[in-house]
Design a protein around this ligand. Structure first.
Ligand code: HEM
Length: 462
């Protein structure tokens, strides 16, 4: 059954019920509870059902937990929805402007059409060598026996890779600075619904001032990359060249500002998510030696000590299953949001236009209805038979429908190649007994990084 339909137009004609949900504080709604314990709150709200209604201050918000409803919003009836308000906040606009992630309508369509070729499978496989080369360069500096914050390493590496592959620029000198600033920049989104955040959005508070200062710092680097490329006018065949060369029907080209928005979007969307997938995979493997052992066996069998290439991907099946299982348990994008443009029906309930709708990978991907023993890290569950039986939107780490992640194949390739390159040389064990604390910011981060003890696999560092 299609769970979303247009509502009957005639007033009073068999109106559907509103979904159940928590009422919260009479002034603030559920905001305080949400801020206190975001992940716990979105898990507990599911006790009301698959469609849950609540209020955040003055906003009506719905949480959707069922794969059929998620599919309908993201894919089947995608036209009835735009991105949620949180993405349209002045903070976020200042950061990524009208880039692919945030734009709508004709502008989005055009930018997506222009950017798509850079992400085609064939083009992407050409990026594989850069990915492996940059990784080798990084691990050449590692020493067996040292404790490292593997998350910091992955953040730096994926930033350098996305900048090199898509813009043919090198930020290795600036990588730490750009990484730090980007990381600080998305911090205000950690507690999206606080009054402080709302005030910061509107008033020149110190948070706002330092945010603006940070954005200016990255802007300078991004505009430098654009300027260098405009003056060299050599077609490098990369994403930036395509965007630079693109013409509108009237012959006009993208302004520096538009280019800057796309570059910034890809800086942001393209590196932290991928780094997080890798960080959580290493974290989970360090705590599950049986999985790690099977991973090493596959690497030894398929690669026999040589560097991996994109051509090896089809045979690195178990490595891919580890990546998928890591993204199931620790989805870097742990929720996606939309706003309803029109009244509609979802799961038998009435959803008024203007409602904010949120779908959480964090909850649905741990739902025991779809994943037996959901808390267990079990890469083997990703057999073909299991995948065929799984409702399509029970697992949606990259979203879905027309706004599906443009970089999903790029990311999967990067994750697998980096895992294979690093896993051949090093193994990790936890540096601490305690579990890593989560920070649900824009993406699902480890609060204090992930420290691991690294050991060379063959007793020597190559
Ligand atoms: C494991 C890594 C990644 C994850 C989990 C991820 C997740 C997502 C999700 C869930 C969305 C959809 C958001 C929504 O529907 O509101 C998205 C969109 C997007 N992602 Fe990714 N992403 C990853 C890697 C990448 C990479 C490597 C790039 C680029 C190099 C990228 C660029 C984008 C862009 C530009 C969009 C917006 C697409 C559009 O609206 O047309 N992502 N990503």
């Amino acid at each position: 059954m299609n769970r979303i339909e247009e509502l009957p137009r005639r007033p009073g004609s068999g109106r559907l019920p509103l979904p159940p949900g928590p009422t919260g504080n009479f002034l603030l709604g559920v905001m305080p509870e949400f801020n206190r314990d975001t992940l716990g709150f979105i898990e507990r709200a599911k006790n009301y059902g698959d469609v849950v209604r609540m209020r955040f201050l003055y906003l009506t918000v719905h949480f959707l937990y069922h794969p059929n409803d998620i599919e309908n919003v993201l894919s089947t009836n995608a036209k009835n929805f735009i991105k949620s308000r949180s993405l349209r906040s002045p903070f976020f606009q200042r950061l990524v402007g009208k880039g692919l992630l945030t734009s709508e309508g004709e502008l989005w369509k055009r930018q997506r059409r222009l950017a798509q070729p850079a992400f085609h499978r064939q083009r992407i496989s050409g990026y594989g060598d850069v990915m492996v080369e940059y990784t080798q360069r990084m691990i050449a500096k590692w020493d067996s026996g040292e404790i490292r914050d593997i998350h910091r390493d992955m953040m730096r590496l994926t930033l350098e890779i996305v900048v090199k592959t898509l813009f043919n620029a090198d930020v290795s000198k600036d990588a730490d600075k750009v990484g730090d600033v980007l990381s600080r920049l998305v911090r205000p989104f950690a507690s999206q619904a606080t009054l402080k955040w709302i005030a910061d959005n509107r008033l020149p508070t110190p948070t706002h001032r330092s945010f603006n200062h940070d954005v200016k710092e990255i802007d300078a680097i991004v505009y430098r990359i654009i300027e260098e490329r405009r003056t060299s006018s050599i077609d490098q065949g990369d994403l930036l060249s395509m965007l630079l060369a693109a013409h509108d029907e009237d012959g006009s080209q993208m302004t520096d500002r538009q280019l800057r928005d796309e570059v910034m979007t890809l800086f942001l969307a393209g590196h932290e998510t991928t780094a997080l997938t890798l960080s959580w995979a290493w974290y989970l493997m360090a705590r599950n030696p049986a999985v790690e052992q099977k991973f090493h066996q596959e690497l030894d069998q398929v690669l026999g000590g040589r560097a991996p290439t994109a051509a090896d991907l089809p045979r690195l099946k178990y490595t891919e299953m580890i990546a998928k299982e890591s993204m199931r348990l620790y989805p870097p994008a742990y929720g996606v949001g939309r706003e309803a443009l029109d009244d509609c029906e979802i799961g038998g309930f009435r959803i008024p236009r203007g409602s904010q709708l949120f779908m959480f990978q964090w909850v649905t991907q741990r739902d025991p209805r779809f994943f037996p023993d959901p808390a267990e890290f079990r890469p083997d569950r990703w057999s073909e038979g299991f995948v065929n039986e799984l409702p399509k939107y029970a697992y949606f780490p990259f979203g879905g429908g027309p706004r599906v992640c443009i970089g999903n194949q790029f990311a999967m390739m990067e994750v697998i190649l980096l895992m294979a390159t690093i896993g051949q040389r090093f193994r990790f064990s936890p540096a601490h007994e305690h579990e890593v604390e989560l920070l649900p910011a824009m993406s699902l981060r480890p609060k204090e990084g992930i420290e691991v003890l690294i050991e060379a696999r063959w007793g020597s560092v190559i």
